[in-house]
Design a protein around this ligand. Structure first.
Ligand code: NAD
Ligand code: WQD
Length: 339
């Protein structure tokens, strides 16, 4: 195999970053993880190495520290950056917005300055379907209007605008903006997966914790939505499919100036359908109660993934059963998560 480039992966010890590191290593890239472990553990790096049989270079640092970023880019000869680091919980962003602006927006600005200083001209950024706000039309295409309905979403929107402005001013800069839908699932080894600190916000980790007995019941936030069973519908995407989408984006970025694509399956499932599928995958009953709607939630959200199919030649392969089975394998092997 020819030796590929070294990639700086900010937030590479986190949920999506760690799965992407595996795909990078398996494809021959050198991986430099830059993470401050505010929402992850070094143990994940050890497990990435175990799964791939390859070494990861680890730099413990904060993305708001330009000197550390510059040092890592230069010292390890990185010519591409995959930027996952940041804060991601909507409810938390309402409670402490300044942290979100600081880490997400200032952190990305600092990263761009470091890249500029070191002449690094390719970036893949983790955006989110949250930038579409309340869907006006479905499925969501990339040219749907952009808006934000909470501080977290606003940070993603500000960063996207900043990236577009930066790219327009720097002809050699190549930026991929990837808008994830609802990432779930885990690596099939059961060694790495989503490892939320404290009480999870998202549906799948909560369902998994109820199945394993860590939590008593799933609260279903809203059963009166205009959907077939009254519960909210989302486009859940297996994290390994998502990680593979990053690999395709990197390859396409080699020969294009930039791209913005949805990474979703195009298929929506309701909360009740997810609970039922998880119950089948785990062989466990999953108690739930119907509760009032959660403020800020939309009824239905799913992607039009056709631009990713055309531009990246990428399509999600794993179905809801696989998402649940892989989440369950990780949850069972690590009932209390990694530490
Ligand atoms: P995660 O919290 O598991 O991973 C983020 C990583 O970044 C962690 O390892 C954390 O320690 C690190 N980090 C945080 N602040 C840092 C800082 N200041 N300096 C250095 N490292 C720092 O989150 P994730 O689910 O893997 O999400 C990755 C990216 O994808 C985020 O930007 C998130 O907003 C975006 N995203 C996530 C989802 C989702 O549902 N998981 C959906 C859409 C977009
Ligand atoms: C999914 C469905 C809930 C928990 C969030 C962010 C989004 C993106 C992904 C980062 C909804 C229902 C949930 C529970 C429930 N993250 N639910 N009981 O809200 O679609 O998206 O994560 O970018 O920006 O907003 O994901 O997993 O929280 O919810 O009934 O205990 O499950 O109402 O219908 P969401 P989620």
């Amino acid at each position: 195999m020819t030796l590929k480039k070294n990639v700086l992966v900010t937030g590479g010890a986190g949920y999506i970053g760690s799965h992407t590191c595996i795909e990078l290593l398996n494809s021959g890239y050198g991986v430099v993880v830059f993470d401050n472990f505010s929402n992850s553990y070094p143990e994940t790096i050890r497990r990435i190495e175990k799964i791939t049989g390859k070494s990861v270079i680890l730099f413990r640092g904060d993305i708001r520290d330009q000197k550390s970023l510059e040092y890592s880019l230069e010292r390890f000869g990185c010519s591409i950056v995959l930027h996952f680091a940041g804060l991601k919980a909507v409810s938390d962003s309402i409670l402490r917005p300044l942290e979100y602006y600081d880490i997400n927006v200032m952190g990305t600005l600092t990263l761009l300055r470091a890249m500029q200083a070191k002449g690094v001209e390719a970036l893949v950024f983790s955006s989110s379907a949250t930038v579409y706000g309340e869907p006006c039309t479905l499925p969501l295409t990339e040219d749907h209007s952009l808006t934000a309905i909470n501080p977290y979403g606003r940070t993603k929107l500000i960063i996207e605008d900043m990236l577009r402005d930066f790219q327009a001013s720097s002809p050699l800069m190549r930026i991929a903006i990837l808008r994830y839908f609802n990432p779930v699932g885990a690596h099939e080894s059961g060694l790495i997966g989503e490892n939320p600190l404290g009480v999870p916000n998202n549906l799948m980790p909560i369902v998994a914790q109820v199945a394993v007995g860590l939590r008593e019941v799933v609260n279903i936030w809203g059963s009166d939505y205009p959907t077939p069973d009254g519960t909210g519908i989302r486009d859940y995407i297996h994290v390994v499919d998502l990680a593979q989408g990053h690999l395709r984006a990197l390859e396409v970025l080699e020969r294009s100036e930039g791209l913005t694509v949805n990474l979703g399956t195009g298929v929506g499932y309701s909360v009740l359908e997810v609970i039922k599928a998880f119950s089948v995958a785990s062989g466990r009953a999953i108690p739930y109660v119907l509760a009032p709607r959660r403020p800020g939630d939309v009824a239905v959200c799913f992607a039009d993934p056709s631009r990713a199919t055309t531009l990246l030649k990428w399509k999600a392969q794993r179905d809801l059963a696989a998402m649940c089975a892989d989440t369950w394998r990780f949850q069972q092997a690590n009932p209390k998560g990694l530490s």
